[in-house]
Design a protein around this ligand. Structure first.
Ligand SMILES: *[C@@H]1O[C@H](CO)[C@@H](O)[C@H](O)[C@H]1NC(C)=O
Ligand SMILES: *[C@@H]1O[C@H](CO)[C@@H](O)[C@H](O)[C@H]1NC(C)=O
Ligand SMILES: *[C@@H]1O[C@H](CO)[C@@H](O)[C@H](O)[C@H]1NC(C)=O
Ligand SMILES: *[C@@H]1O[C@H](CO)[C@@H](O)[C@H](O)[C@H]1NC(C)=O
Ligand SMILES: *[C@@H]1O[C@H](CO)[C@@H](O)[C@H](O)[C@H]1NC(C)=O
Ligand SMILES: *[C@@H]1O[C@H](CO)[C@@H](O)[C@H](O)[C@H]1NC(C)=O
Ligand SMILES: *[C@@H]1O[C@H](CO)[C@@H](O)[C@H](O)[C@H]1NC(C)=O
Ligand SMILES: *[C@@H]1O[C@H](CO)[C@@H](O)[C@H](O)[C@H]1NC(C)=O
Length: 758
């Protein structure tokens, strides 16, 4: 635990220097400032190049950040206004991070290229900034399920490209804005398909101007607000509508007769209002599947004979709606029609015991749960769950919230199976790492949303990594996945926090981490080295020149490859094989202090002066080409800084390739953090080491010529000298290159990313 906190601190310090290697400097700084506002950044957010270093959730084009996609990442903190300087940003998705709070910065209006702004299910509050209206490219705006307050900004009416507008489940109040004079309003959104405003505190009348025949809306959801007055007849002009919800408001007056013209509507929810007058004649609504009219004050009337004649109707809810008289016989002939007429005179007066005069039983036994697929569920340890394919894993979970449905038989498994198949087909065709999905516990919530629990199991592993989770969560937050529309209406998804990221150090198995750290530490520790005093370095150089003249070891370098010339060294000398053999006690096992990675073994040696050295010796199969070896030596020999391990020399003869480094006595930082070295790491020491490592990296980035990007910074690569000064180690070209790359000189360095990697 301590080492995690410490590593975080180190990250913060390192970032000060690392940021801005390749990616646009402004973008790096902006991401850093986002990170500063968060308690924890994703572990892969290390290294100076968000675009080149594969930071999770960051998408780039041409070294500019174009997307930030971090749903369900357990982010905690605020959204920094500096996000506005990511001027090429097109897509932001921070959904399902409950810990993201505070207000939406006004500067977000500067992101002129933004097309998708998705912040579903976070903890944002305060007003929605008016500046949102200047995001003229915006197509997808989802701010639902947060704590936003204040009014709907009229400027949203300026977003003429908007296709999806979801502000549901907030604390928004005041009237629905419509345009007037130079003030924009929602009536201008003629290309928008989705108006989702449910579960807010919107008040006042529904402006007649809001709707017009030029609109192309398919979903108009205003349920559970405080709207008053009548339902304007202009609604009947929006012939594209499919789902209409005004339930649980305080609407009164008569329903407009032309509602009957909405022939594509399949879900119409008007229950829990104060509607009066006669029930309208809805015979033309051929698509109507679900009709909720309960708890209104319609004129007392006979049960309309045309209800059962609506060809698509499966759910008819008419509690407390003043129906009287005889129930048409045809009601009894429609077994698939779920009808609730409880509270009407038609039930009360006749004392009928027909099922539709009772509320449907609230099922206590689960109606559906995806069964195992021809296998026996396996017992799983701890919080793992047996998947439908009977494999234990940590699934990604969440709740699908449907705001409309086209079936009523919740106990029938067919719709769920169709949804499962459609999910799996989607995941597979989009190459997402999902093995199987399960659905469970279908239920209606008090707002008449239909809820289903979803679990997605990881493919070929026990848990998802962050990339996997962010891709899967995005599929739902962006509505890229569309459920089969012959059964399911509009939905939104609430993702749960994921606790078992496979790339989260806290979740890896302790033992395997220890083994990895041990191995890697042992290896890297060995090799690294001591700062050469200037005079000594100079002397060594002279000696190297002499040695060169005497033995001409560079005859091994193929002159035809223009690598025949003597390396241009600064301060490093050439050792002979015999010399090193003696210093390292014949390369005895006792002097073997670990593996150096990429097929290298590291030996401790003692110079005749008594000074210790670390000899990194390439094994058969890990040899570099002559030119690469020379290039590497030249590069490393030029690097001199007290926080960077120094190269003392090399050996290139008798088919050997060896690099000789200063010996760093206290091993790696990871040894100390893990307690292996026995060095106590108090905070003063930690701070000093962090600063030292940062200085070393800053030197490599900014002062070395050519600049060196480490790309493999982690605690095993930071060594501690006798006074616990940090020395950055293991940079360089030591990765063997493939044949195709031979002869190609690069300053790109190898390695895994991240302080938490191993
Ligand atoms: C990347 O940006 C260039 C212009 O800078 C654009 O032409 C290209 O289409 C972009 N590529 C992608 C994948 O967006
Ligand atoms: C919205 O558009 C109007 C003109 O159509 C313009 O005057 C106004 O500044 C715009 N508002 C925003 C917030 O962009
Ligand atoms: C339905 O639409 C037609 C035109 O498409 C119109 O003539 C008719 O009056 C409308 N019905 C109602 C009740 O408004
Ligand atoms: C309902 O309207 C249709 C025409 O749209 C008409 O044929 C039918 O008679 C009306 N039914 C009632 C009960 O008014
Ligand atoms: C109708 O109102 C009653 C009492 O307020 C409530 O219990 C019931 O759930 C409501 N019915 C519907 C369908 O909303
Ligand atoms: C109706 O809306 C109010 C808020 O306006 C909400 O508190 C309540 O839960 C809703 N009731 C139903 C049955 O949807
Ligand atoms: C994350 O998981 C995906 C799929 O399982 C895999 O392709 C990818 O390489 C992993 N990424 C990292 C950084 O481990
Ligand atoms: C987001 O969803 C929209 C439509 O729902 C789709 O057109 C777009 O391609 C999606 N974005 C990505 C990156 O998948």
């Amino acid at each position: 635990m301590g080492s995690v906190i410490w590593s975080l601190l180190l990250v913060v310090f390192l970032q000060i220097y690392i940021i801005a290697a390749t990616t646009d400097a402004g973008d790096s700084a902006a991401l850093k400032s986002l990170m500063d506002e968060w308690e924890k950044a994703p572990p892969s957010w290390v290294g100076g190049d968000p675009c080149g270093d594969s930071w999770v959730g960051i998408g780039c084009n041409d070294s500019r950040v174009t997307s930030v996609t971090l749903p369900s990442m357990k982010l905690v903190g605020r959204l920094s206004g500096d996000i506005s300087t990511l001027s090429e940003l097109q897509q932001v998705d921070l959904s399902y991070n409950n810990g993201l709070t505070g207000s939406l910065p006004t500067s977000i209006g500067n992101l002129k290229k933004l097309t998708n702004l998705i912040l579903v299910g976070c903890g944002f509050n305060g007003p929605i900034p008016d500046a949102i209206g200047s995001l003229s490219q915006l197509r997808f705006l989802s701010l639902n399920s947060n704590g936003f307050t204040g009014r709907i900004p009229p400027s949203i009416g300026n977003l003429s490209n908007l296709y999806w507008l979801d502000l549901a489940d907030n604390q928004l109040e005041g009237p629905i804005p419509v345009s007037s004079g130079s003030t924009p309003g929602l009536d201008m959104l003629i290309h928008t398909k989705h108006f989702h405003f449910g579960k807010n505190k919107l008040s006042g009348q529904i402006p007649a101007q809001l709707f017009s025949s030029s609109m192309t809306l398919i979903h108009v959801l205003f349920e559970s607000n405080k709207l008053t007055g009548i339902l304007p007849s202009t609604l009947g002009h929006v012939r594209t509508l499919e789902v209409v919800r005004f339930d649980n408001n305080s609407l009164n007056g008569r329903l407009p007769l032309n509602i009957n013209n909405l022939t594509s509507v399949h879900d119409l929810f008007l229950s829990n209002n104060k509607l009066t007058g006669p029930l309208p004649n809805l015979t033309q609504m051929n698509s109507l599947n679900t009709l909720y009219l309960s708890n209104n004050s319609f004129d007392s009337a006979d049960v309309p004979s045309w209800f059962p004649a609506l060809p698509a109707l499966t759910t008819l809810m008419m509690e407390n709606t003043q129906l009287r008289g005889q129930i048409p016989a045809i009601f009894f002939e429609l077994p698939n029609l779920q009808t609730v007429l409880v509270g009407n005179p038609v039930c009360d007066e006749t004392g009928t015991t027909r099922s539709y005069c009772n509320l449907p039983p609230s099922n206590s036994s689960p109606l559906y749960s995806t069964p195992s697929q021809n296998c026996l569920p396996v017992p799983c340890s701890s919080s793992q769950i047996s998947s439908p394919l009977c494999r234990c894993a940590y699934p990604y979970t969440g709740t699908l919230n449907f705001r409309g449905l086209l079936f009523s038989a919740f106990g029938n498994s067919t719709p769920y199976q169709i949804l499962e198949q459609s999910l799996m087909h989607f995941f597979q065709s989009h190459q997402l790492p999902v093995d199987s999905v399960s659905l469970s516990d279908p239920r209606m919530d008090p707002n008449e949303y239909f809820l289903l629990n979803l679990r997605a199991f990881p493919y070929g592993q026990e848990s998802f990594n962050r990339t996997g989770i962010s891709m899967i969560a995005f599929v739902f937050s962006n509505q890229t996945f569309k459920p089969p529309d012959q059964l399911f209406g509009p939905y939104f998804f609430r993702g749960d926090e994921y606790e078992h990221f496979s790339d989260d150090p806290a979740n890896s198995k302790k033992s395997s981490i220890a083994i990895k750290i041990g191995a890697a530490a042992g290896a890297s520790v060995l090799f690294l080295l001591l700062v050469l005093a200037g005079i000594y370095a100079y002397r060594q150089k002279k000696r190297a020149e002499r040695a060169t003249k005497e033995s001409n070891p560079f005859a091994h370098w193929d002159p035809k490859k223009s690598s025949g010339s003597i390396p241009q060294l600064k301060g490093a000398r050439c050792f002979s094989f015999e010399e090193l053999k003696k210093y390292a006690n014949n390369f005895s096992e006792a002097n073997d202090i670990g593996s150096g990675g990429y097929g290298k073994v590291v030996y401790r040696g003692t110079l005749p002066t008594g000074e210790l050295i670390a000899i990194k010796r390439a094994q058969q199969g890990s040899m570099q080409g002559g030119l690469e070896f020379k290039t590497e030596i030249e590069l490393l020999s030029r690097v001199h800084h007290k926080n960077v391990v120094s190269l003392l020399g090399f050996c290139f003869e008798r088919g050997e390739q060896m690099l000789i480094y200063e010996y760093v006595p206290n091993g790696s930082l990871s040894d100390s953090l893990s307690g292996k070295s026995g060095i106590r790491m108090d905070w003063t020491r930690r701070l000093k080491i962090a600063l030292g490592a940062a200085r070393g990296l800053a030197y490599l980035h900014e002062l070395a010529n050519p600049p060196i990007i480490h790309r493999d910074i982690k605690s095993t690569n930071i060594l501690l000298d006798e006074r616990l000064n940090a020395k950055v180690a293991d940079f360089g070209l030591s990765k063997p290159m493939g044949d195709s790359e031979r002869g190609h000189v690069t300053t790109q360095v190898k390695g895994t990313m991240g302080l938490f990697g191993s």
